[in-house]
Write a protein that binds this ligand. Structure first.
Ligand code: G6P
Length: 603
């Protein structure tokens, strides 16, 4: 996701910012920029890599203050103009921002009417204009930043610098920011990696804090008063730092899921009203006359699609099918005008999925992509696109993109149901409230990671692992097994729990742990019978459960918080952690498993 770096001190700002941006490259980005500040502001920004920006920067620059940013596009494609920092009309206020400003449309309209001119398509650009407007009324820089930020809805980490001023201003809501303390110089970043060569003395900011950084020191305002929060001293190795302190990108990305999910949902749902705003222009008549929503996808995305298909059938009351992209043909007596073909692909570049979507388009079906990558091939080849906003995923094994795909398609299912008149506003409110609870529920699972690690290590030498689930739990069983086999190289299979007795039961022994989902949305009563069947054959059973009384039949029970039909999605986080710790105990190449690639661009 986007990265922020800031510097104020007695040394030159430019080399610190340039190094900081290079250190942030691992997070993934598609453009970068810096603003150097003194009596006035010099802004440099480029789409593409930090090297492209470096080529545009002067060799040296006298300024002692500045901010930098690596952008990962959410509003507007990766162009020079959309890269951060953004400035107001006068060019005296520069801002870098991570997150999403939900009410930027309304703010932009208001600022437009007041004569402000915008030069980008980003949500961020409203911020320097708002600060500029406050400064024009005579507010001090500190007041101007505070008042502007009070008007923002959404999630953000924001850093501001103003021409002719000596300070940097930083504030956050639901997006990290950390201050680095040096001797006569201070640093700021979204991630300590950015300035680890400079200092290891840090203060993590909290939501609502306003940090004011000057060369001589840092003031933090919290709840209207000056606060003196504790400093921490980091002792990270450079390699760990690059992964945000985690040993592998995969583990970092598993832990990023609450934040990724919040970004996915940000500004799109209103649980009280039971409404969803996905910025999709599907004609009402077309949506009402739909006969089939047909998903095409590969790998993990295919399992996310299976989850979604169940949701579409339940909430939008329309037939939903899922095809493996490489097997797809538009056939079988479908009416293309009443079919919506949805390509689910985190990369947007999977050859099999692109080929499937081309076939659907040729047949005349309307197409929609659900992807994590703005500007990817699939977004150019489908009629509409839905962006899952999970942030870059570097580990080959997909984790946070699965969660964000399912969350995005839950919103899609509600939107279709509401538009088709098949979903009551009460039920829509219920599903959306559950969805809003998912980031917190996932965090509760993550808080038990040590426990999961212990159980995983105990079973790491098993002969094979079987994952079972019903209904929404079925695709999660398939995904759990896929994760485990991808990164541990162990034999793992996922089954619909009811299928166990039709074959796989022959494989079950005391050396084959069975991992079962026993939550809402996964018919836990019926699954309990299957759990008893495998237990009778001596298999240890690990359950991700919200089902009262299940503990009597489970060797290990991990609790799943109450989020209705999304409980299997939350349970999946246990399976991700389990796979991770089994693979870790075997010292596997977790981020780059043998023979696998993140984006498969061949058929
Ligand atoms: C590869 C990756 C999988 C991924 C699949 C589909 O096989 O290793 O993790 O699920 O491609 O990728 P997509 O980008 O289309 O979601």
């Amino acid at each position: 996701m986007c990265g922020i770096v800031g510097y104020v001190g007695t040394g030159a700002a430019l080399p610190v910012l340039a190094t900081g941006l290079s250190n942030l490259e691992y997070r993934g980005y598609d453009s970068a920029g810096v603003a150097l500040a003194d009596g006035d502001l010099d802004v440099y920004k480029r789409s593409g890599e930090v090297d492209a920006l470096r080529a545009a920067l002067p060799e040296s620059a006298p300024q002692h203050r500045g901010i930098g940013h690596t952008r990962w596009s959410t509003h507007g494609p990766p162009t020079d103009a959309n890269a951060h920092p953004h400035t107001g009309c006068s060019g005296d206020v520069a801002v870098v921002h991570n997150g999403i400003i939900e009410n930027y449309d309304a703010l932009r309209a208001e600022l437009d009417a007041d004569g402000h001119t915008f030069t980008s398509e980003t949500d961020t650009e409203v911020v320097p204009h708002l600060i500029e407007a406050e400064l024009e009324t005579g507010a001090s820089p500190r007041e101007a930043v505070r008042s502007a930020v009070e008007r923002l809805e959404g999630s953000f980490a924001i850093v501001v610098t103003i021409a002719g001023d000596d300070e940097l201003y930083a504030t956050r809501r639901d997006s990290p920011l950390v201050v680095g303390h040096g001797d006569g110089e201070q640093f700021l970043a979204s991630d300590v990696t950015a300035f680890l060569e400079q200092t290891r003395e840090v203060t993590y900011l909290e939501d609502g804090d306003l940090a004011i950084l000057a060369a001589g020191g840092v003031t933090i305002e919290r709840d209207g008063e000056t606060a003196d929060p504790d400093r921490e001293t980091l002792d990270w190795e450079a390699d760990a730092a690059e992964k945000g302190g985690y040993e592998h990108y995969m583990l970092k990305e598993i832990h990023e899921q609450p934040a990724a999910l919040r970004q996915t949902l940000s500004g799109r749902i209103d649980p009280d009203a039971g409404t969803v705003d996905l910025d999709l222009d599907l004609p009402a008549e077309y949506v009402s006359s739909l006969e089939e929503v047909q998903f095409v996808a590969a790998g993990t995305s295919n399992y996310a699609a299976r989850y979604a298909a169940e949701l579409v059938e339940e909430l939008a009351d329309v037939r939903a099918t899922v095809e493996i992209a490489s097997e797809y043909e538009f056939s079988g007596g479908r009416d293309p005008w009443r079919t919506l073909t949805v390509a689910v692909t985190q990369s947007g570049e999977t050859a099999d999925t692109l080929s499937a979507i081309r076939s659907a388009s040729r047949a005349g079906a309307r197409t929609l992509s659900v992807t994590n990558t703005l500007g990817s091939t699939v977004t150019r080849e489908t009629d509409d696109s839905l962006f899952i906003r999970a942030g870059p995923e570097i580990g080959v094994a997909a984790t946070k993109t699965f969660a964000s795909q399912v969350a995005t398609m839950t919103m899609l299912s509600v939107a279709l149901g509401r538009q088709r008149g098949t979903l009551s506003s009460d039920r829509a409110s219920e599903v959306l409230s559950s969805l809003r609870g998912v980031p917190g529920a996932v965090q509760q699972v993550l808080d038990r990671a040590d426990d999961v690690g212990e159980v995983a290590r105990e079973h790491a030498d098993a002969d094979a692992f079987f994952f079972v689930g019903r209904q929404y739990g079925c695709p999660v069983a398939l995904e759990g097994a896929l994760k485990l086999k991808e990164i541990s190289y162990d034999h793992a299979e996922g089954f619909a729990a009811g299928e166990l007795k039709h074959g796989p039961l022959a494989l079950v022994t005391p050396d084959t742990p069975v991992l079962a989902i026993m939550t809402d949305g996964s018919r836990p009563d019926a699954t309990l019978n299957n759990v008893k069947e495998v237990q009778a054959r001596g298999a240890p059973v690990i359950g991700a459960s919200s089902h009262e009384g299940a503990d009597r039949y489970l060797d290990v029970e991990w609790p799943v918080p109450d989020v209705g039909v999304l409980e299997p999605l939350v349970a999946n986080v246990y399976w991700q952690l389990f796979a991770y710790y089994v693979a870790e105990s075997k010292d596997r190449s977790i981020d780059k498993p043998r023979n696998l690639a993140k984006s498969v661009t061949v058929e």
